[in-house]
Write a protein that binds this ligand. Sequence first.
Ligand SMILES: Cc1cc2nc3c(=O)[nH]c(=O)nc-3n(C[C@H](O)[C@H](O)[C@H](O)COP(=O)(O)OP(=O)(O)OC[C@H]3O[C@@H](n4cnc5c(N)ncnc54)[C@H](O)[C@@H]3O)c2cc1C
Length: 409
Amino acid sequence: VEEAPEIVIVGGGIAGCALATVLSRAAISVAVLERELAPVDQVRGEFLALWGVAEAVQLGLVDTLISAGAFHTPRSVSYDENAPLDEAEAVARDLSAFLPGIAGPLCCGHPAMCAALAASSQAAGAKVLRGAKNVAVVAGVPPQISFDWNGQRIDWRPRLIVGADGRSSTVRRQLPFGWNTDRPHNFLGGMLVEGVPQWPQDTFSIGTQGDLQFFVFPQGRGRLRLYACWALDAAKRFAGTERRRRVLGAFGKLSCLRHSDAIANSTPIGPFNAFPNEDRWTDEPTLPGVLLIGDAAGYNDPIAGQGLAIALRDVRVVRDLLVGSDFTQATLKPFVDERAERMRRLRVTARLVATLRAEFVPGAPARRARAFQRSFRDGWPSPLLAPIVGPDRLSPEAFEDAVIDRLLN
Ligand SMILES: Cc1cc2nc3c(=O)[nH]c(=O)nc-3n(C[C@H](O)[C@H](O)[C@H](O)COP(=O)(O)OP(=O)(O)OC[C@H]3O[C@@H](n4cnc5c(N)ncnc54)[C@H](O)[C@@H]3O)c2cc1C
C-alpha cells in the first residue's frame, strides 16, 4: 500500500466494488477503502430492477451476481386488497417480455453481492482494504486522502477520489457538496426471514392492504426479504425489542397475500431496520479530484426499489467517461447532467408510487386500481413503467404534472 493508486474508492458496497471491478478490468489502478471487515446486513436492496440488470449486462457483472446466488424473478404478482388471490395471479406480469435479452429482475442477498463484487474487483487487480477507518479527504488537483489501516496512517494523493460510501457518506460530509432533501413520505423497513419454501422463486410481490404496504422478494432456499411501509405518524408501530415479531404479525394479517400464514410463522435471520423514506440528492456530485456515486451522491425513495439499478447506472456512465480520459472534473460533466435528469424523473415516480401505494386514506384503493389500469392496461402516459424499464426509456412527457394529475383523477 506504499504507492497511491490512480483512483481511491471510499466504500466497498455495490457501487464501490462494481466500479472497482470495471475500472481495474480497464487497467486503471484502484484501491477500495471499506470500513467493515466483512459485508453486514444493514438492510439494503436485494431486488435489482429489470433496467439495472441491463446495466449489469453492459458492465459484464451478471456472472458475478449469479455467483453470489442471484436469480431471475420475472413474475410480478400485485397481491393487493383490490384483488382476490386468484385474480391477482391471473393478471401477473411477465417482466421477461419488457427489455430484449433481459430475463427478469434479479434477487440476491446484499452482503453476498458486495462480497462477490469485492472478489471480482480483486481478481481484476484492485486492492480492497477492509477495516479502513477515519478517512479524511481534501478536494483538489490532485486530491488528498488519509486513513487508518492495519495499524498505520496512510496518506495518498491519487488522481481521483470516489465517494461510494452510502447514505451518510463521509466523503460528502467532509466537502462542500450541496444536499437537497425531499419531505419523507413514509417509514420503510426490511428483514430477512427463512422457512417459506412454498413461495415461488420466480415471483415477487408488492401490494397494499389497509395501512400497510408490503414487499416480498425471494432470496433462495426458502428465504424471503420482506419490506414493510407504513405511515409517518405511526413511528412506533414496528419499534422496540419485539419489532420483528410485530412485523411478522402484520404480514400474517394480509388476507390478500398468498402464503401469508407461512410468512407469519417464518424465522427472522437478520435485523429489522427501518428508515423514513424520502429522496435526498446533490445537484453537483463532483468537485476537483472528487466524485460521488451511488447513495452517497443521492438516493431515491426506496419505495420504488431503484437504488441498486441507480448505482449500476452510475458505474456504467462513469466507467465510460473515465476510461481513456484525463480524470478531470470536466470529463465527468455528462454524468452530472444525466444523473440530475434521471433522479428528477425517479423522484416524480417515487412520489406517485408513495401516493398510490402508501397513502392510507379513504378512496386510496380505488384510486390505485384506476391509476394502474390506466398505466398498464389502457396505455396512458405514466411514470409507473420507469421502475421497470428505467426512467430514460420513457418520454419526458410521462413525468409531467399534468400526466400525474390525469392518472390520479
Ligand atoms: C430499507 C431499504 C430498502 C431498499 N430496497 C431496495 C430494493 O429493493 N432495490 C433496490 O434496488 N434498492 C433498494 N434500496 C436501496 C439500495 O440498497 C441502495 O441504493 C444501494 O445499496 C446503494 O449502494 P451504495 O454502494 O451506493 O451504498 P451502500 O450499499 O450503502 O454501500 C456503502 C458502503 O460504504 C461503506 N462505508 C460507509 N461509510 C464508510 C466510511 N466512512 N469509510 C469506509 N467505508 C464506508 C459501507 O460499509 C458500505 O459497504 C433499499 C434501501 C433501503 C434503506
